[in-house]
Design a protein around this ligand. Structure first.
Ligand code: ADP
Ligand code: MG
Length: 520
């Protein structure tokens, strides 16, 4: 009760900050909300500060920056939902900056002492002042006793409690929004806040970031397009991550465009190759590929850092998405449409031909045009519009994949204004397709199926045992059919992986055995 009251008061504060920025009911959307909400908006605007930004998304971003870390993270996630929000709003919101003042050195030292159990001086020769600070963590440069330079990432003190409190407010706001403005239900604010909540809470454990880095480093070795800093596991924990220090220039550093030691055109290629190869060949991708999270080295190496968010595609999703992209490259719209139907992305009451024709309207205008005239982001926005017409439900992983593709395309274009997404994508996507559809892919499918069959067979003795026990119980009169069939004494666990056919086969084998035994 007290907690709810606390959350309520914090929500009032949130509301006040939004009002000050004219971001609670932005004047631009007054007509889209019920009259009483609109009226409330007009009245609240009396309290808004002067000289606010024109773009409602930007005003919202400014308010979130003032409100703190959880709100900043929430805004970042919201800005990826170009599929459900006004594009103007999203554009403004994407200016959201994850910049907050660093916390002081003393606190950082205390965090390290707690994590390592000894003062940092016992593990490191030196530790710099913070070199970068964001809403969740800050980074220091350090030197190990053995001489190697390292990046020491430390979570903000008490960030988990603060995030929890702010997230509770967002849950409350979402609940109220669904209740008072039923129209918002279509956007699913409650489900959205829950997704954001999970994503943010995962970022608050740096051991998970270390694990994500290590997972991507395997793909890095295989593809050779990029590198991941080495992780010092023994110095890491929930609140601290220590990695190899990477010399070079972040791609956000403009001097990379003019410095003769760097080749921006080649770096751009590597960025796109990294994204495509990790997602389509390995089913994992770095889902926050902005300029600040990539470092180029003078020898041409591209290094990815900051693994807070990892996207994942199942083998089937990898294949679908590779096929969709390949379809666009080949201008085979019917095939793309078929893939969407096969994957169940488009409900069956639409026709493949209609969908193919809608896809053609997106794909055709971009062919035969100079790469720098075409924006993949615009194409994706058009695709989002189509998804609405064809009642497609957006899959979170797909949205993340598309967002990352847009993000990496943006990075590539800044490095190389003539960057051609298609010619970079073609070799990777088609080799991935060849592998999937060719002998290798079919063999892979065969092995997958064999593996599944093996796992099922392994369960078979279990099943036979259960059936035998069941037969015994039946004979003892312990089975009450009105309660469903189960072996007495063994809890009824749902056995999803044991299909009925196998259970039936098991039963036949057992009964056959019993019959054979009775014939002896
Ligand atoms: N291994 C590293 N080598 C060099 N610089 C790093 C390294 N890790 C982080 N940094 C620097 O610290 C900044 C913030 O680190 P990052 O992991 O991206 O944290 P955040 O999640 O706060 O964005 C980076 O943009 C980069 O400048
Ligand atoms: Mg970062």
């Amino acid at each position: 009760m007290l907690k709810t009251l606390g959350t309520f008061f914090r929500m009032l504060r949130t509301g006040w900050v939004l009002v000050r920025h004219d971001a609670l009911v932005p004047s631009e959307y007054e007509k889209a909300v019920p009259w009483f909400v609109g009226l409330f908006g007009s009245l609240s605007r009396i309290f808004a500060i002067r000289g606010r930004a024109d773009n409602p998304g930007e005003r919202f971003a400014n308010a979130l920056e003032q409100l703190g870390p959880a709100y900043i993270k929430f805004g970042q996630i919201l800005s990826t939902r170009g599929d459900m929000l006004d594009p103007v709003f999203v554009k403004g919101l994407s200016r959201l900056k994850d910049k907050v003042p660093p916390f002081d050195m003393k606190k950082a030292e205390d965090m390290l002492a707690v994590e390592w159990g000894v003062p940092w001086q016992e593990k490191l020769d030196s530790l710099s002042e913070p070199i970068a600070a964001a809403s969740v963590a800050q980074v220091h440069k350090g030197r190990l006793k053995s001489g190697e330079e390292v990046a020491v990432k430390i979570l903000r003190p008490n960030i988990r409690t603060a995030m929890r409190r702010d997230m509770d407010v967002l849950h409350m706001v979402a609940g109220l929004a669904e209740f008072f403005v039923p129209d918002t239900k279509r956007l699913g604010p409650k489900a959205f806040v829950s997704t954001a909540d999970r994503a943010v809470m995962l970022e608050l454990d740096l051991r998970l970031e270390a694990a994500a880095a290590s997972e991507l480093s395997e793909a890095a070795v295989e593809t050779g397009f990029f590198k991941v800093p080495e992780i010092y596991w023994e110095l890491g924990g929930k609140d601290v991550l220590v990695t190899e220090w990477i010399d070079g220039k972040a791609l956000s550093d403009d001097s990379i465009l003019t410095d003769p030691n760097y080749k921006p055109v080649e770096i751009a290629r590597k960025v796109m190759q990294t994204f495509l190869a990790t997602s389509f060949d390995y089913g994992v991708f770095h889902a926050d590929m902005h300029e600040g999270n990539m470092i180029a080295q003078p020898d041409g190496t591209l290094v990815l850092i900051d693994f807070g968010i990892l996207g994942r595609l199942s083998p089937q999703e990898q294949r679908f998405h590779a096929e969709i992209l390949y379809g666009f490259i080949q201008r085979d719209y019917l095939r793309i449409a078929e893939v969407h139907f096969e994957a169940g992305y488009v409900p069956a009451h639409h026709t493949i031909e209609d969908f193919a024709s809608a896809l053609r309207s997106v794909g055709e205008p971009i062919f035969g045009r100079l790469a720098n005239d075409v924006s993949m982001s615009r194409v994706l926005l058009q695709l989002f519009e189509i998804t609405e017409i064809f009642d497609m439900e957006m899959q979170p992983q797909l949205i993340m994949l598309q967002k990352t593709m847009m993000q990496s395309e943006g990075v590539c274009r800044r490095l190389d204004p003539k960057f051609d997404m298609w010619s970079t994508a073609e070799p990777i996507v088609s080799s991935s397709m060849r592998r999937e559809l060719g002998l290798e892919g079919r063999l892979g499918d065969f092995l997958d199926n064999m593996d599944r069959a093996r796992r099922t067979l392994e369960k078979l003795p279990d099943a036979t045992e259960n059936i035998a026990a069941l037969a015994q119980a039946w004979a003892n009169g312990d089975v009450d059919l009105s309660k469903g069939v189960g072996v007495p004494g063994s809890p009824q666990k749902p056995r999803k992986s044991l299909p009925f056919a196998w259970a039936g086969l098991g039963a036949l084998v057992t009964l056959g055995g019993v019959w054979a035994a009775s014939q002896l």
